[in-house]
Write a protein that binds this ligand. Structure first.
Ligand code: PLP
Length: 402
């Protein structure tokens, strides 16, 4: 038996059973490429779940990590450390938000956002505590974020869920209006639903939500964990919708693979007092140095503009495939957050065929796949991915259309 199989068998015995893995053990990455322990190379259009914004092992990130690892890795947050301050400054200078709390994941960033909104509700909204979120959303895996996430499959195994969340239809302003009452302290949305299907709302949806929040005096919270840090073609997706969130959360691409999350807030709702919220590792010097290097590179080299251009090119190429193969029903997304939908449940087959041909993609739903490559991919790499897809659709198309 190969060593690879031994590792995989051991993993299946050791880990709690939370995910079905492909029989591939990854060992090394560079740029948009990743290699398994058999030496097989893959073009990575999953990017560690939309995380590796600078691709794998980018020199800017690796250098920052090396330098900081030699200097200071962790300190308790009762002391000041410079990497966190520099990162917070860069975020604030490049967004509409004023203050930052650092944590370790997107889920935790959203927990922070919800706690901040509840505290705001206690102070300014007569104790209002409810947050309205939408069906098809994804906000994370803690019990509270499972309640926030409007998808039954994540909720049902864990009922009863914490209260204080109301799920309504996405892209439906009337549904939000109807659900708002004296208990509501905020509305939390993804600008584009990522895990829920890469669902792009109407152009004016977010503006209407922002107006409604202002009218009611409640907080407008955007979960930009997936859409933020250049993914959709601007540094933050809200910029494309002419809105400004009161609270925004980030994670994924912020550290390009180093685990970091952030809850950002405007001054008027920065209502935490010392001791009310915290995280042992949150904002530690190592991850903040890595995230600073990532974000600085993304801003200085105008990666969002490249994402915008390349995303349009990729969409056009995928549209061409859609014209060619009638089982493709839709291509949708923004920047490098793109989904392709089929009229039948072939996503698993497509994903495995891509894997065999050296392309990593993500099965989003039984009938849809998603592309979230590193933001540094090139036009040639897009062409390579599209060619692999075209070959698979040509070879398998006859079987699927039988
Ligand atoms: N919010 C959004 C929009 C996400 O896409 C995700 C993860 O996919 C999360 C929150 C949860 O982030 P994490 O897995 O880092 O906790």
């Amino acid at each position: 038996m190969s060593q690879s199989n031994d590792w995989q068998k051991l993993a299946d015995k050791l880990f709690l059973n939370t995910v079905t893995r492909f029989p591939v053990t990854l060992v090394r990455g560079e740029g948009a490429r990743i290699w398994d322990d058999q030496g097989k190379q893959y073009l990575d259009f999953v990017g560690g779940w939309a995380v590796n914004s600078l691709g794998h092992c980018h020199p800017a990130l690796v250098n920052a990590l090396e330098e900081q690892a030699k200097t200071l890795i962790q300190a308790s947050n009762q002391f000041y450390t410079v990497p966190a301050i520099k990162l917070a400054q860069l975020l604030v200078e490049n967004s509409c938000l004023d203050r930052v709390f650092f944590c370790n994941s997107g889920t935790e960033a959203n927990e922070g956002a919800v706690k901040l909104a509840r505290k705001y509700g206690k102070i300014h909204l007569k104790g209002a505590y409810e947050i309205i979120t939408t069906y098809g959303s994804f906000h994370g895996r803690t019990l509270a974020m499972t309640a926030a996430t409007g998808q039954r499959k994540f909720q049902d195994p864990y009922t009863p869920l914490p209260g204080g969340f109301v799920n309504v239809k996405y892209n439906d302003i009337e549904a939000l209006r109807r659900a708002t009452n004296e208990r509501t302290c905020g509305i939390m949305l993804e600008p584009i639903q990522g895990e829920g299907g890469v669902n792009v709302p109407d152009d004016d949806y977010l503006k209407k939500v922002e107006d409604w929040c202002h009218q009611k005096g409640i907080l407008f919270i955007l979960d930009e964990v997936q859409t933020g840090i250049g993914r959709t073609g601007t540094l933050f997706a809200y910029e494309q919708y002419n809105v400004e969130p009161d609270i925004m959360t980030l994670a994924k691409g912020l550290g390009s693979g180093v685990p970091i999350g952030a809850s950002l807030a405007k001054e008027h709702c920065s209502v935490f007092s010392p001791g009310e919220h915290g995280a042992t590792f949150g904002g530690n010097p190592l991850v903040c140095a890595a995230a600073y290097a990532t974000l600085k590179y993304i801003i200085d080299t105008d990666i969002p503009e490249k994402v915008n251009r390349l995303g349009k090119y990729f969409m056009t190429e995928l549209e061409t495939l859609k014209q060619q193969f009638d089982f493709i029903t839709e291509v949708r997304g923004k920047g490098l957050l793109i989904a392709m939908e089929f009229d039948r449940e072939i996503a698993q087959d497509v994903t495995i065929s891509c894997l065999n041909k050296g392309l990593l993609i993500n099965k989003l739903k039984p009938n849809a796949i998603r592309f979230v490559p590193p933001l540094i991919i090139t036009e040639r790499e897009v062409d390579e991915a599209v060619n692999i897809l075209r070959n698979i659709f040509t070879e398998k198309g006859r079987e699927w259309t039988k």
